[in-house]
Ligand binder design. Structure first.
Ligand code: 4AD
Ligand code: MG
Length: 486
């Protein structure tokens, strides 16, 4: 491909999106148009022409192009086209005699970027396993599945912003680099410019090797203190909530938990709305209305892609999504959840006991077998939840909520926040956070209000929306333990 070649194509002529051509078929006429994209397949007919299937990513379907052997470039170009090469084709649209409504009759076929070695091109026509495609994450956007995932991801993000905008939530861009562990789970990636081979120590002479870690002098680091990649934007967004009433943050978050599962990423996106003058009931209602609206909007905007997932990935997908939109979410308390798990005849790997956290198998049993739909579990024991959650009057549970969905487990985690200074101070002291989070404490000293919010794992929602099983298949370039190649 030369620069000249690219420029010639673009001058004076805007290429048409294949989606527009196929969804709003133009009346066949003799006006030439240009289509640009990547060749999926070429089939040469004995009748003296070739069928080219072109995809430009705008939709699932390909445009069929007929290239006659009367074309000047037929032998030199058309017969050399192989799957994956990029092309720019000028031609006229006509009614198709095949199963598609229209097709293009080519006047000229230009090869823009060839395939270096067709036998080595990893994305050939045959269906590849998702495991294999993860190894070629830079080329998998060219497959039907990842094209569809990308479009659904886009529309889902748009639907999230739209819902929140229409409901008067302001988007606040909270920092990625932070000095605090919001969730208190200690799953933090460190951020540092210190020289790992020559770490500055606070008291170099007296440190034994085992103590070196504790003795690193972070005052010499970039931020003059220890810093991390954020696990959640919540604490920062609360500051804006207590001024603008309705806010949200939506961005990447990072967790260094070593869970090599199909539900965990080291880098994932989270949307976190935060609402002032609100109780746990309001947060539960918001989560239901929010999720239903987003799913509804994706069903509206991505009909073809969802139909594809329904056909190829999960035959129950459409029914499950429609069910989510139509049915009220059930709510149960954590204590009720423990009772129903105990009463079930199911064999669980992890113990079920009041005070222990629900494991994925428990969450899935509750939503898949017991409720058979999305369910909100609320009022968890304080001891297994984050320090910022509001203590309930019973003294042992807190105003927490998790939304569990069939097939996935937890999609949303949220709570009413502890807005009372005395109670928050107890928690901050117990967790040794009083010093670092003095500013968070200030929010309770100056004009505190009851407030709360939740975090929705964007990729977990995408698993739910596509029926794809593995979270690594719904993010462009997954980051997981031992996996940051692309
Ligand atoms: O329940 P989590 O830890 O809640 C918070 O971070 C709160 N600060 C949210 C808030 O109240 N503003 O995480 C929220 C959601 C989970 O329900 C899950 O969907 C997703 O984030 N999540 C992950 N997704 C992918 N990979 C991981 N490692 C995840 N950890 C959490
Ligand atoms: Mg959670």
């Amino acid at each position: 491909m030369t620069d000249d070649a690219t420029h010639t194509t673009a001058v004076g002529s805007i290429p048409r999106r294949i989606k527009d051509l196929l969804s709003k078929p133009i009346e066949p006429d003799n006006n030439s148009i240009i289509v640009q994209g990547w060749l999926r397949t070429r089939r040469d007919s004995k009748g003296g022409f070739s069928f080219l299937q072109i995809n430009d990513g705008s939709c699932l379907e390909n445009l069929q192009v007929i290239a006659d052997n009367s074309l000047e470039e037929y032998e030199a170009t058309v017969l050399k086209l192989s799957a994956g090469c990029s092309v720019s084709i000028t031609g006229i649209i006509k009614k198709s005699e095949g199963k598609q409504a229209i097709e293009m009759q080519a006047n000229s076929v230009q090869l823009v970027g060839e395939i270096d070695d067709p036998s080595a091109y990893p994305i050939s026509k045959k269906r590849h396993s998702f495991e294999f495609l993860r190894e070629v994450a830079h080329l998998r956007p060219r497959t039907n599945t990842f094209g569809a995932v990308t479009r659904v991801r886009h529309h889902c993000a748009q639907a999230i912003h739209r819902y929140l905008d229409e409901n008067h939530y302001y988007w606040v861009n909270t920092p990625i680099i932070t000095a605090s562990d919001c969730e208190g789970a200690g799953e933090l990636f460190k951020v540092s410019t210190l020289d790992f081979c020559n770490l500055p120590l606070t008291n170099p002479d007296k440190q034994s090797e085992a103590d070196t870690q504790k003795a690193v002098d972070f005052s010499q680091d970039f931020f003059s203190k220890q810093t991390y990649l954020t696990v959640s934007g919540q604490l920062n967004v609360e500051a804006f909530c207590l001024a603008l009433s309705r806010v949200y943050t939506f961005g990447p978050t990072f967790r260094a938990e070593n869970s090599n599962t199909s539900r965990h990423l080291a880098e994932f996106w989270m949307v976190e709305p935060e609402l002032a003058f609100a109780t746990l009931d309001d947060i539960c209602k918001l989560s239901e209305s929010f999720l239903k609206s987003v799913v509804h909007s994706v069903l509206d905007h991505c009909e073809d892609d969802i139909a594809f997932f329904n056909q190829r990935i999960d035959k129950h997908l459409l029914a499950r999504l429609t069910n989510l939109v139509d049915q009220p979410f059930e709510q149960i308390t954590y204590s009720e959840a423990i009772e129903l798990l105990k009463d079930s005849s199911e064999k669980f790997e992890y113990p079920v006991k009041w005070g222990l956290d629900l494991q994925s198998e428990h969450e899935r049993y509750i939503s898949e077998k017991h409720v058979k739909g999305p369910v909100i579990v609320r009022d968890y024991p304080s001891d297994i939840k984050a320090f910022y959650m509001r203590q309930n009057d019973d003294g042992r549970t807190c105003a927490a909520m998790d939304l569990l969905a069939p097939g996935i487990g937890e999609i949303i985690g949220g709570s009413q926040r502890e807005e009372r200074l005395t109670q928050l101070d107890e928690k901050l002291t117990a967790h040794g956070l009083s010093e670092d989070l003095y500013w968070y404490r200030d929010l309770r000293r100056y004009g505190t209000v009851p407030h709360g919010g939740f975090g929705l794992g964007f990729e977990r929602l995408l698993n739910y929306l596509t029926g794809l099983d593995n979270i690594r298949d719904v993010i462009p370039f997954p980051r997981a333990p031992g996996n940051a190649g692309f």
